[in-house]
Structure formats: C-alpha cells, structure tokens
Design a protein around this ligand. Structure first.
Ligand code: ADP
Length: 642
C-alpha cells in the first residue's frame, strides 16, 4: 500500500553546492570518518528536541510514544547501519528542501574555504572541524535511504541517493516507515564495514555523543532488543540543587579523565544577552603534562547539548588545568572552528568563564585556606603565568597568589598579608627568586632584611622571575629583588640596633674594598660596602637596571643574553675576616689577592654557582689555609731542642 497516490517518485539533481560537498565527502581523504555518526545522532536529537518543543502547543503529536529515543541498529549481514529517531520527522517538502540543498549559512563559507585550499591537506582536516551534517553519511555509505514520517502525519516518504548528483523522493510503504520520526539506512561501503561492530559504535557514541540529551540504544542484530548506551541525561541542564556531589564527581572523571576529587565545581547558567551553561572543574591534583606547551584547555564546547569541539580555547592558557564544558544556546551548531574563534558569542563566554573561575578561586581562598593551599601547590605555578599574559586581570591574579616568605614558616602568605605588615619606611615588596626555597631562605642577601624584620617573598618557580618583572606593583608597592641594586635599607630601623652595626666602614676597610676591586678587575662591575649583610662576609647583587641575579641566570642559560651582566660584589665591613684582612700591610699583598678572589668565589657559591676558576680556587684555598696553619705553628711555644 502506498500513501498519497498522487505523488509520483521524483528524481532531482542536488543543488550545485551540495554536489560539490558530496564530491568532497566521497573523495575525502579525511581519516576520521567516525564524525558521520555524531552528525546523524545530533540531527536525530535535534528532531526529538523540536518535537518536544512543538508538543508543548500540540501534545497530541506525542501520541502514545512520548519518550524520545535514538536507536542504532546493526545489520552486519547486509552491511547496513540504521539510525532511527522518534522525533519530529520530515514532510515531503521538508525532505526535498533539507536533503537537497544547503541551508546552513556556514556551509557556503566552508565550501569556499575548501575550494581555496588544495586537494587533501588542509581541506581534509577542515571537514573534521566543520561538522559536515547529514551529507557526511556519504563518507561511509554508497547509498543512503531516509524514511521519514512527520509527527501527526499519515503519509511517509522515502528519500534515496547514491550521493552522485541526484536524489529521489517517493511515497514510502507505510508498513516500512517508522510510526513517527526518521530512519536513516546507510548501505555501508566495503571499507566502512567495521561500523557494524557493536563495540566500535559504542565507543564512538560514548566519546562523541555521550551527553546528547536523548537516550541512545544499540540493536546488535536484526530482532535483538535495544541495549542502552547513553541515558540522555545531560547533567548540566539539571538544577544544581538536584545534583549530588557523587554525580558531579563522576561527571568530572568522565570529562577530565582524572580520578581525583575536584577542588572546585563551577556550575552556572548565564541568561540575558547570551544564554549558556557552564559546568567546569578545578582538579585537586596536578596532571603530569601540565607544563606541556601543546596542552590545550580541555573545556568542551557544546551547542544545545551537542558536542562541537574541545579546542575552542574557552579559558586562557594560564587556566589550562580547568576541565568541563560550556553549552551555548546561541552558537549555530554547524559553526566551524575558525568561525568559533571569531564569534562575539564565544568571546562573551570566555570572559564569563574566566572571571567566574578566578572569582570562585578567590572565594575558596577565603573560605578554606587549607584547600586553597593545596590548589596553589598544584596549579599556582601555572596561574602565575597569567600575571604577564592577562594584563586586564593582573590585579585579580596577584590577589590569588600565595608565597612562602621569610616570615611565613610553613604557611603561605598573600600579598595582602605582606602589604599589611610593611615595616616603617618600607616602600617595596621584596623578593628573592631562585630554585629551591630552602637554599633561598639561607641566602646571605636576606640578612639585612631579617635584621630589620622586613619580610621577603621566597620565589621558587621558574616563572616567578618573569612575572615579578612584569608586574610593576601591588597596591602601589613595587616589587624589588633583594639581589639587585642598593638594598635601600638604611631608613628602616634595625630590630635590635647595635651601635657598631650602624657605623660606617672605616678607612682601612674602604681601602681594602678598593683593593678587592682592583684585584678582581673585569670579573665584577663593582665592589662596594653592603647594608644587606649582617653575618656573611660577601654576596653578589645585580645592578639597578636590567634583570636581577636569578633572571640573569635564567636568561643566559636559555641563551637569551648575549653577555650576562657582571655582578656587583658587596662586602660586609663589620665581618671579622674583612676587618682582619683590611688590617694587613703592604707586605701581605699576595695573600690579600688570594683572599679577594676567594671572597668572590664564596659569593658565587652562596648564589648556587661554581667558583669562577675551580683550579685557581683550590690553589688559592690551599695557600690561604696553609698560611693559616703556619701562623698557628708559629704561635705555638717554640719546642726546646735537645
Ligand atoms: P543541519 O543539521 O546542520 O541543519 P544537516 O545536513 O545535518 O544540517 O541536516 C539538514 C536538515 O535535514 C536538518 O536541518 C533537518 O531539517 C533535516 N534532518 C536531518 N536529519 C533529520 C532527522 N533525523 N529528523 C528530522 N529532520 C532531519
């Protein structure tokens, strides 16, 4: 029996653009043909959602089959795959229109792009990025039949094509057609026959369409019962109050591929000019590839619950540890990746998500310092990149930073804490950058600061040297390296001042310092009295302009400094050894020269470097120590000779 007897089968040519697109599909060298299934499932889910919407006004459309479903039936013997939905279906006109032309506005731009590039190559990858719609069926099938019955209609229609220029539409046998909705029969090509393997299909469905808001079932072979692969529940569309923590955690594990508990779960819906839902997580442990330069953000982009891409770079690089998804109600489903990047809708989404993540981190820092400290330990090093990458949010990011300092013991201090405990006349935020916090804490550069109770940030991450130099200030206080320039500590009172510490260097020491400078010659930029040393004899600092000691080291080890700036050797005029050396006469010049070199080497070692000339160092050390021993001998009472 046929419906609508007045309708003759009709063969029609595809619109020129469709023909081109089809040609491209069929001859595509695009390797990831799996996308056809995503496209068909996405269409099927759309059809279910549209029915859902129309049924609001006309509930009769749902008949006695109100629950939406998508089934994928395998018929391996006949090398067929059938994708069926009980959605809105298509009338004859809709079918001719929808499956004979290209309605999407983006497709034309896409085609132009494809034509502009050479065969294969970039064109091939463009297909995967684009989301090619129904026509992608022809990547895997040499004939496609579409049987459809519009919801509420009596008649059903059969569209069929081999994808080679024409298609036909004819009335369908009503007994063959679905009671409502659309059945797409793919006659698979020989090299696509593995799409009849159940496990293969399940894998594709889970990875590409697991969050489609309609349940998906597989019928393994003709006559078998449908087995559900995806339950169609889009977690993020449910209200927060109804979602249990374990559901969030399960979802997090699925979307992040990490098995820890999320440190933060961020779930909100934006309404107004743009409508989108965000479900994002901050992990609590650091993934091993966090610093991999190729690692992209892993926030997936959905449009109306259909997965589009996970390369939309929704959050900036310094939030690359955030996992989750954004589901936009406004972006077109067929938007290409290039178009996504330029979309003002996406720009608004990015802004919102980034601000929200930073805002929620701030709240976490306030409400649970211990948990925040763990977060900071795992991801602080990455977040700090934002201080020099995201000018607009620099202040917010500086506010999120935490530090070990000379005053923190094992706790972490914020810049607010720091600024809140500035000493009298202290005008800068002092820091010491280098590799290892324990070694930093033992650095002689800190002595004068400790003596004045001035807190110093101890910066152990490689990225620290870069952001401190790009962030001019926090709450009006500039960042200043304790290994650079003059310490300017004179105005800050000592904690317990001893009169001799405040005293200036005497003439002998001044002469000795000049002697050291002459002796070291070109190896140093200058030799001068230090106000930052109280216990150690010497330390090295960088000059006021240019990078500090740590940044100098980083840049020269990365080959980014043609010639490393020479250090300044600072000398503690009150140190016993210095005072003793300064008291020696002219006749001790060779000894004093050895000592000058050794002082320089000592300062280098304190900075984590090798002596300038290891062999010279050991010879000098032997001479100086030998002299000390001989003096000791001489001081002993003379032995009586028999
Ligand atoms: P898009 O889905 O982006 O519009 P497609 O080429 O995938 O592009 O599909 C073209 C049109 O065909 C759809 O917009 C829809 O109108 C119709 N269509 C495709 N599949 C179905 C289906 N399963 N049920 C109802 N309509 C469908």
């Amino acid at each position: 029996m046929t419906a609508a007897a007045d309708s003759k089968p009709e063969s029609r040519p595809f619109e020129a653009d469709v023909a081109k697109l089809l040609h491209l599909m069929v001859h595509s060298v695009y390797s990831d043909k799996d996308v056809f299934l995503r496209e068909l499932i996405s269409n099927a889910a759309d059809a279910c959602e549209r029915l859902r919407y129309e049924a609001i006004a006309n509930p009769a459309l749902l008949g006695d089959d109100p629950k939406p479903r998508i089934t994928i039936a395998i018929d391996a013997d006949n090398r067929r795959l059938v994708v069926e939905d009980n959605g809105i279906g298509m009338s004859r006109d809709e079918m001719t229109e929808a499956l004979g032309t290209i309605a999407r506005s983006g497709t034309r731009a896409f085609m132009e792009r494809i034509e502009a590039v050479k065969e294969g190559g970039e064109g091939a990858t463009l297909i995967g990025q684009f989301g090619v719609g129904f026509y992608s069926s022809f990547m895997v099938a040499d004939r496609v039949d579409v049987l459809s019955r519009r919801a509420g209609a009596e008649e059903a229609w059969l569209w069929t094509s081999d994808g080679k220029g024409t298609f036909s539409v004819a009335p369908a046998e009503l007994t063959d057609a679905p009671a409502r909705g659309t059945r797409i029969v793919l006659h698979l090509m020989e090299d696509a026959k593995d799409y009849t393997e159940r496990l293969r299909l399940e894998g594709i469905i889970r990875s590409q369409s697991g969050h489609v808001p309609v349940p998906i079932a597989i019928i393994e072979k003709p006559g078998a019962a449908p087995a559900e692969v995806s339950d169609g529940a889009a977690l993020w569309t449910r209200p927060r109050s109804e979602i249990k923590p374990e559901e969030y955690a399960d979802f997090y594990r699925g979307v992040a591929g990490q098995f820890d508990e999320p440190a933060l779960t961020i779930h909100y819906r934006a309404e107004g000019r743009q409508e989108f839902t965000v479900l994002a997580f901050v992990p609590s442990t650091r993934p091993f590839d966090l610093f991999d330069p190729d690692r992209k953000g892993r926030i997936k982009l959905y449009v109306k619950r259909v997965f589009i891409t996970d390369e939309a770079e929704i959050v900036p690089r310094y939030l690359r540890f955030v996992r989750g998804l954004v589901d936009s109600a406004d972006l077109p489903l067929n938007v290409s990746r290039e178009m996504i990047q330029q979309s003002p809708i996406l720009a608004a989404i990015k802004k919102s998500v980034t601000s929200r993540v930073l805002g929620d981190l701030e709240k976490l820092a306030e409400s649970d310092a211990g948990k925040y400290a763990k977060f900071w330990d795992a991801f602080g090093g990455v977040l700090k990149e934002g201080i020099y990458e995201d000018f607009e949010r620099r202040d917010a990011l500086l506010g999120l930073t935490r530090f070990k300092t000379t005053a923190s013991d094992d706790k972490l201090r914020s810049l607010k804490d720091y600024v809140g405990s500035l000493k009298q006349n202290q005008t800068a935020i002092y820091y010491l950058a280098g590799g290892d916090i324990a070694r930093l804490a033992a650095s002689p550069h800190l002595e004068g600061f400790r003596a004045r109770g001035v807190e110093v940030l101890l910066l152990g991450d490689p990225v620290d040297s870069f952001w401190v130099t790009s962030a001019p200030s926090f709450e009006g206080k500039p960042f200043k390296s304790v290994t650079q320039g003059a310490a300017d500590l004179a105005l800050i009172p000592l904690v317990d001042a001893k009169p001799e510490q405040a005293a200036d260097a005497d003439a002998a020491v001044t002469n000795f310092i000049a002697f050291v400078k002459t002796t070291l010659g070109d190896a140093v930029e200058n030799v001068r009295v230090s106000d930052r040393l109280t216990d150690s004899a010497v330390c090295l600092v960088a000059s006021d302009s240019g990078p500090d000691r740590q940044l100098t080291k980083l840049l020269s080890s990365a080959g980014r400094l043609q010639s490393a700036a020479k250090p300044i050797l600072e000398i503690n005029p009150r140190h016993d050894f210095i005072v003793a050396l300064a008291a020696l006469g002219e006749d001790e010049t060779p000894f004093k020269q050895d000592a000058a070199h050794l002082l320089f080497d000592e300062a280098r070692i304190l900075d984590g470097e090798l002596p300038a000339d290891p062999r010279g160092f050991s010879q000098r050390l032997a001479r100086v120590a030998g002299r000390g021993l001989r003096k000791g001998e001489a001081a002993k009472p003379a032995e009586t000779t028999p």
